[in-house]
Design a protein around this ligand. Structure first.
Ligand code: NGS
Length: 396
């Protein structure tokens, strides 16, 4: 027996100390091997609102797995991050891919269902944008004398072809299609783009502006153009929010966020033309925001309003009939200036159509929308759609 062994055996407290050291060393070794000292910048699970899943979440410590997707975890893809470089997919990119082709998290079994094909993305590392955009300025000076469109195009460098914008250094929380029913208002359109793009960029929204022009000289159908805009926008990307916007309204405060909250939102609460007072409680005209889900739930706008007036009131009725309600930001923020123009001829039948609207809620709208897309162009500052609207078939 060696001296050392003799000492240990003759002194049991030393033996315990040695054993304790050995156990600690083994624990440390296991920790290191399981990646405990990994300092790569992003790991963990995130929900769509940017919060981290709780520490006890089964995969919290699994490196390289990021979930964007949230309240309904099962329906959103998990992304396998390529860790040879520190890359991660933004929700923007995820949205463009088939969710069936991605890892899903089963909340019942708390297990991951593996993807059909492993997806490895190589996009830039991006954190979600903050809830409150940091560069807002509040009240705005309205710019009423825009330069020519070609000059504006070169000035608005951060806008991409088709009138798309996207925050540079973070992944936006909102995918918004701005839909403008339009005819013969080119000067207004330039002024609108001049004022609106900088606001949307500051608001860190992932957006695209769609100008939906009605062909011909027949009676204007604002609601139908907005329905067309929503359908055509979704052919491009899975927008989660629609903002229906008259071209003659310019926001006076960039805290009036161009996003869709929990409930449909009437945005043009205080307009200079109405001395900044809301004309009536159910007004939903001018500028309004609806999530894709809600817009489809109410079957879009009615197609039955030809000529000025009533279509927005019908939408307010649809919203209420579905148990939703119109929400608003405070009037000191949701302020707009209206560009002057000749008032269009009101539809003499609008009250009649409005009164009988309820019985058409489920049939008249996105369900029976008929139109022909005559032309489509992606200009630098907007996507332009020229459409021929088909009148609703009369019931015999
Ligand atoms: C109501 C119209 C709405 C319109 C609102 C404000 O009278 O469509 O005025 O119009 N309803 C009917 O005519 C039934 S505004 O002056 O802002 O263009 O939105």
């Amino acid at each position: 027996m060696s001296n050392a062994t003799k000492v240990t055996l003759s002194n049991p407290s030393r033996l315990y100390k040695a054993l304790a050291c050995l156990v600690l060393a083994l624990i440390a070794l296991q920790y290191i091997l399981s990646g405990g000292l990994d300092t790569r910048p992003i790991e963990g699970l995130f929900s769509t609102n940017g919060t981290r899943y709780p520490e006890h979440s089964p995969r919290h410590h699994q490196r390289g797995l990021i979930i964007y997707g949230a309240e309904t975890v099962q329906t959103y893809p998990t992304v396998i991050v390529n860790h040879t470089s520190t890359t991660i997919v933004s929700p923007l990119v995820v949205g463009l891919h088939d969710v069936n082709n991605a890892t899903k998290f089963d909340t019942n079994t708390t297990k991951f269902i593996p993807p059909l094909n492993k997806i490895i993305f190589n996009s830039t590392l991006q954190q979600r944008c903050p809830l409150i955009p940091p560069n807002l300025v509040g009240p705005l000076a309205i710019l009423k004398n825009p330069p020519e469109m070609s000059v504006l195009e070169t000035r608005l460098k951060d806008v991409n072809q088709g009138g798309r914008g996207n925050p540079k250094n973070c992944a936006s929380r909102h995918r918004v299609a701005i839909i403008i029913p339009y005819r013969n208002r080119y000067e207004h359109l330039v002024t609108f783009l001049y004022n609106l793009h900088p606001v949307l960029l500051r608001q860190q929204i992932d957006y695209q502006i769609f100008v939906v022009e009605q062909e011909g000289t027949g009676q204007f159908n604002r609601a139908m153009l907005m329905n067309v805009g929503s359908v055509e926008a979704l052919k491009e990307r899975q927008f989660d929010c629609f903002i229906f916007h008259d071209v003659d309204l310019l926001p006076e405060d960039d805290r009036n966020l161009y996003t869709c909250p929990e409930q449909p939102r009437h945005m043009s609460v205080a307009v200079d033309k109405f001395r900044y007072r809301l004309p009536y409680a159910d007004l939903f005209g001018g500028v309004s925001a609806m999530s894709r889900e809600h817009f489809q739930m109410v079957n879009g706008f009615s197609n039955a309003f030809w000529g000025w007036g009533g279509e927005d009131d019908d939408m307010a009725n649809r919203i209420k009939a579905r148990g939703l309600y119109i929400s608003r930001y405070p009037a000191n923020i949701a302020r707009y200036k209206m560009l002057s123009h000749q008032k269009e001829k009101a539809n003499p039948k609008r009250y009649e159509v409005l009164r009988s609207g309820e019985k058409r809620f489920t049939t008249d709208g996105l369900k029976n929308l008929r139109y022909e897309l005559i032309d489509k162009k992606k200009f630098k500052l907007y996507t332009w759609l020229l459409v021929r609207l088909a009148p609703m078939k009369k019931k015999s």
